[in-house]
Design a protein around this ligand. Structure first.
Ligand SMILES: NC(=O)c1ccc[n+]([C@@H]2O[C@H](COP(=O)([O-])OP(=O)(O)OC[C@H]3O[C@@H](n4cnc5c(N)ncnc54)[C@H](OP(=O)(O)O)[C@@H]3O)[C@@H](O)[C@H]2O)c1
Length: 339
């Protein structure tokens, strides 16, 4: 364990990526004190400069030696990097908040959405897993349903944006879309996401699922601390840039009234309701890009179970789905004086 923790040093691994950049901008507007920022990336970005709270920082190549002085380490690089080096940073006595899938289902690592289960984090610094982007926004709303009505079953279909895969994939979608428009559909592979949808995200997983679906189902159970929750996810990649949408049907234990649920959500921190049936105003990924809340609309009874609700939920996958949730964890720990 290091004793060199006299300054508020923050390391960001993957600082030039979509999530890393969002962590920097979210930290900038947070109350977390940062004496020194150490942005790291791969060799291709080393030497670039980043502005943070009025100062300039040069991006370094990956170097685990910097963990020694760090109070906070945010991992938002490649998954393999997290797997190998989160334990190294934790051994140096840093609070490590990891955006990859490497530790989410590790029973020794808390998987945290601050509004729901901050108490899963112990007193000593260690690795805290930030949930998958599609998990966080769903869990925020499901926790409200569980607390008010009891939760029996969840059926969710996702509409996930290209930025969920990272900067290179987003750029590929933009390039393919331009080619499609300028040179016609024949100029773009039929498998491209441009003007298309992909109903299989991640690699083949168990029970006919793909990786993203298994993650979503298992992570929701872990966060809600309900191993027996019945949940089926169909995860679909759509050609939006930022913001994941989810269409959800839940079976509840007791009767859930849409009007009452709308009011509960409207009074919940971090949630915005946009649900105007008459004017057809509902949250869309583009409208909610660069905003912090989890947005909910289309709240109604499904009428397929004795007690149920249907709704639509959207959040910025780079903010509440990743960077904001991670910074909120750090800020909550800082407030708790746990360092
Ligand atoms: N995108 C999302 O919505 C989202 C949501 C939740 C979680 N996540 C997770 O967050 C992580 C980052 O995702 P992203 O979307 O930000 O990806 P991204 O845009 O592709 O960025 C990846 C970052 O990792 C850096 N990197 C790559 N190899 C590295 C190495 N060997 N050493 C140091 N840095 C290296 C890249 O640096 P260069 O600029 O030098 O290439 C870049 O800064 C992933 O684990 C992802 O699964 C993403």
């Amino acid at each position: 364990m290091s004793s060199n923790k006299n300054t508020e040093t923050v390391v960001i691994v993957g600082a030039t990526g979509l999530v890393g950049s969002a962590i920097i901008s979210t930290l900038e507007r947070s109350h977390l004190p940062v004496d020194k920022l150490i942005p790291l990336a791969s060799a291709r970005s080393a030497g670039k400069s980043i502005r943070f709270r009025g100062a300039e920082y040069i991006v370094g190549g990956f170097d685990p030696a910097v963990f020694n002085s760090a109070r906070w380490v945010f991992f938002s690089g490649k998954d393999g990097l997290s797997k190998d080096y989160c334990p190294v940073a934790a051994n140096e006595g840093a609070w490590v908040i990891d955006n990859s899938g490497s530790f989410r289902m590790d029973p020794d690592c808390p998987l945290v959405v601050p509004e729901i289960n901050l108490d899963a984090i112990g007193k000593e610094p260690g690795i805290i897993a930030n949930p998958n982007c599609s998990t966080i926004q769903l869990a925020v709303v499901l926790a409200k349903i569980r607390d008010q009505y009891g939760l029996k079953r969840v059926i969710v279909s996702t509409y996930q944006s290209a930025s969920g895969v990272g900067r290179d994939y987003l750029n590929e979608l933009i390039k393919d879309s331009r080619t499609f428009l300028e040179r016609g559909p024949g100029a773009v592979e039929k498998t491209s996401l441009a003007f298309n949808c992909h109903p299989a995200i991640g690699s083949k997983s168990e029970n006919g699922r793909f990786g993203e679906e298994t993650k979503l189902e298992k992570e929701v159970r872990k966060i809600l601390n309900d191993e027996n929750l019945k949940i089926i996810a169909t995860a679909v990649r759509v050609p939006t840039m930022v913001g994941h949408g989810e269409s959800v049907v839940v079976e509840t234990e007791s009767q859930a009234r849409p009007d009452e649920f709308r009011e509960i959500l409207a009074g919940s921190e971090g949630v915005e309701v946009l649900d105007d049936f008459e004017s057809q105003l509902f949250p869309t990924p583009r409208q909610t890009e660069n905003t912090d809340p989890v947005w909910v609309g289309r709240i109604r009874s499904a009428g397929i179970f004795e007690n149920d609700l249907a709704f639509w939920v959207v959040a910025d996958n780079l903010l509440k789905g990743a960077a904001l949730n991670a910074v909120q964890i750090a800020a909550a720990l800082y407030n708790r004086g746990k360092m």
